[in-house]
Design a protein around this ligand. Sequence first.
Ligand SMILES: *Cc1c(COP(=O)(O)O)cnc(C)c1O
Length: 379
Amino acid sequence: MSQTERVYLSSPHMSGHEQKYIQQAFEQNWIAPLGPNVNAFEDTLANYCGVKHAAVLSSGTAALHLALIMLDVKAGDEVLVSTFTFSATVNPIVYQSAKPVFIDSEPDTWNMDPQLLEQALKERVANNTLQKVKAIVVVHLYGMPAKMDQIMEVANRYGVPVIEDAAEALGSKYKGKPLGSFGKLSILSFNGNKIITTSGGGALLCNEEEYAIKARFLATQARDQAPHYQHSQIGYNYRMSNVLAGIGRGQMEVIDKRVEKRIENYNFYKSSFKSIEAIQFPDLPGTDYFSNRWLTTFLIDKDKTEVTYSQIQEALEKYNIESRPLWKPMHLQPIFNIYEAYMNGTSENLFASGICIPSGSNLADAQRTQVVEVIRQCF
Ligand SMILES: *Cc1c(COP(=O)(O)O)cnc(C)c1O
């Protein structure tokens, strides 16, 4: 089969109804960061994620930034955060001149290790610096739920609020509850490569109305109630456009189908590589876990093969197929390696042996089959 069009890891997949909502925005001239699409998209998201409030914003990064500001994270404070993630999880901590403290993963979910989290908190109690820890940011990477019972138990015991970074995990669940509904505040992303997209965008989720009101206020330049323009706080221009929220409404109509298809991709790949012992898929750790399988990933067991992920990546690239190593942990990044890190080796092992393969909900059967064939040829 000749391959002309690039096969992406995850590309936008419209439902066909997005333009109806964009059209309405044009007809009613709601071409602004407020309007009926913004309100409806917020209601739909809150309902889907099992929270009382959603505030839609210009990006997931903006949502995290506002979450940290609302938890009073400022210069010199500490935020305990998963090291195995995308840089956008950590950047807003540094925007606030606070210090990220990296927590390694556990091998079952690849997400924050509750024991290392506890160790970091315990040491701070011993050193009498717990009051500097303003938040814990836990990431659900590739859609896999973190061990939320254990993490929430530790966080509550030490009295530190949790922010869930569910940017990759819309539609995932833990013990039947949607991710994004566990933290005091949670964030979603609708960037172009996420499970649904608004081209660019994000959301802040919460149960306390106060936070939703505050987030909308900060996201629209923190304008006080006054006839003139008056400001007593620093504001941001972080609100989502009503035009883009129209895309979000159309996308939410098909979210369950998108999740279904991503899981189907994962199952297809897993069964296709059953005979290759060196390929290991990240199974769900138990019935408490439901992953949207945003990206299909697998690990290559070095004891069983000489094949490396870069060989697989090169082979796929020859057919114009995108693939990518797993996220490079933040404590290894040149910009973040100065910060304290609680390590057990898990994220470094994952980074050294894992790969992401095309996982979009719009992937054609022939494309998926070709991905499998190219990888099989490597072994
Ligand atoms: C995409 C992503 C973000 C950031 O979202 P943007 O909308 O791109 O700003 C944050 N955290 C994780 C884990 C992500 O994958």
